[in-house]
Design a protein around this ligand. Structure first.
Ligand code: TRP
Length: 373
């Protein structure tokens, strides 16, 4: 029997069916018409959009209507610091960076450093502070424009954010929160309040500028419940509903339609050494190949379930033609699993080498990215 899948901001379990999620969550599928519209303004389409990794949205057509009227938007995304960044975390940030470049817009990046403190039993603020600083390096390394990017750290920017969060919290009832997240009577008071903090960056720039600015939130689909509630409340406070664009999860090393997660040993971290990457891919990456070379040559492999191929598709081979060739060669049996893994290891390591260098250089930029009022 298939395990029933669960997708909430705190837990992703089982084999996720994304078309079912579209219905359950009430988001809209990104269709060809919308892609054409984005392409018209951006001049091209990012591979994460072309390949359907970003598959759903809320109100993106409205956002583009406003953009066409000259009412430009800002971007908002975030990361709850609690451990090392893995390659799955990078997907929404890579698209965010592309959107910032193409549309020339500001980005507000939230580091809710209280979130994992509230939701994880054994995490203290000293550890979290360390991770906040570490995680910022990964974000900066992706190349965001320092003049147009503002980091908000919830406990450090509490003076700016708390009043706004209270305005949201006053309109959010316990039953609304319970219904969206599966929290219950024994959830702690901080967990129940938390969504109000995650809502704030969606309208804080409008408060600061004294005029309404549309907001676009790129994020992985599990964060949608927070923004569903945010969208219910913001119009009541005189603000626009934020638009959003959602991606699927990067598969974990062990495969299937789950989510790469740091808690289990099936992730590739941005700080992994070339040797670690090699071992993880060789030993753990689920293969779509056949049991014997003979069978593989005869019947071919299955790129759709092959984790190495999926990593190329999601992140490491932006060239569609090259990706197609790997796909076809693997499927026909011309390319072996060993060869496919070797390509993937090389690509990931080339990416990480560059990323790790930029991460080092990012250390001197952190101060400049932090928002100062
Ligand atoms: N809750 C997110 C996490 O667990 C962090 C986050 C805060 C976020 N604001 C966001 C993610 C906006 C996406 C968009 O990492």
């Amino acid at each position: 029997m298939k395990e029933k899948s669960v997708v909430t901001p705190w837990e992703v379990k089982g084999d996720v069916d994304y078309s079912k999620l579209i219905k359950e969550f009430g988001v809209s599928k990104i269709d060809e018409k919308l892609l054409t519209r984005i392409k018209k303004h951006a001049g091209e389409l990012h591979y994460l959009l072309r390949r359907g990794v970003f598959f759903a949205h809320r109100d993106l057509n409205w956002l583009l209507d406003e953009y066409e009227k000259g009412n430009n938007f800002f971007l908002y995304t975030g990361r709850a610091p609690s451990g090392s960044v893995h390659i799955g975390h990078l997907m929404p940030w890579i698209l965010t960076k592309w959107l910032q470049d193409k549309f020339g817009v500001e980005l507000w990046f939230q580091f809710p450093d209280e979130e994992k403190f509230l939701f994880k039993k054994d995490l203290n603020f000293d550890e979290i502070e360390k991770w906040t600083n570490e995680n910022m390096l990964d974000v900066i390394a992706l190349g965001f424009d320092v003049k147009k990017t503002h980091f908000l750290v919830d406990t450090r920017h509490a003076g700016l954010m708390y009043k706004e969060a209270c305005k949201v919290a006053k309109r959010l009832t316990f039953s609304m929160i319970k219904a969206s997240f599966g929290l219950n009577e024994s959830s702690n008071a901080g967990e129940i309040f938390y969504t109000s903090m995650q809502a704030v960056p969606a309208f804080l720039p409008s408060i600061l500028k004294g005029k309404e600015i549309p907001c676009l939130i790129p994020h992985a689909i599990d964060q949608d419940p927070h923004f569903r509630l945010t969208r219910d409340i913001l119009p009541k406070l005189g603000h626009y509903k934020p638009a959003s664009i959602q991606c699927v999860f990067l598969p974990p090393l062990i495969g299937a339609n789950g989510k790469m997660s740091s808690s289990e040993n099936n992730a590739i971290f941005t700080t992994d050494s070339p040797k670690e990457v090699e071992t993880k891919i060789k030993k753990y990456a689920f293969s779509g190949g056949r049991d014997t070379l003979e069978e593989h040559r005869k019947h071919g492999g299955n790129p759709d379930v092959d984790v190495s191929f999926q990593y190329l598709r999601f992140l490491f081979e932006p060239d569609d033609k090259k990706l197609q060739k790997v796909h076809d060669d693997y499927k026909s049996g011309k390319m072996t699993t060993g060869e496919l893994k070797a390509i993937t290891i090389e690509k990931i390591n080339a990416f990480l080498k560059d990323h790790q260098k930029k991460r080092q250089e990012a250390k001197k930029l952190v101060e400049k990215f932090l928002y100062k009022s």
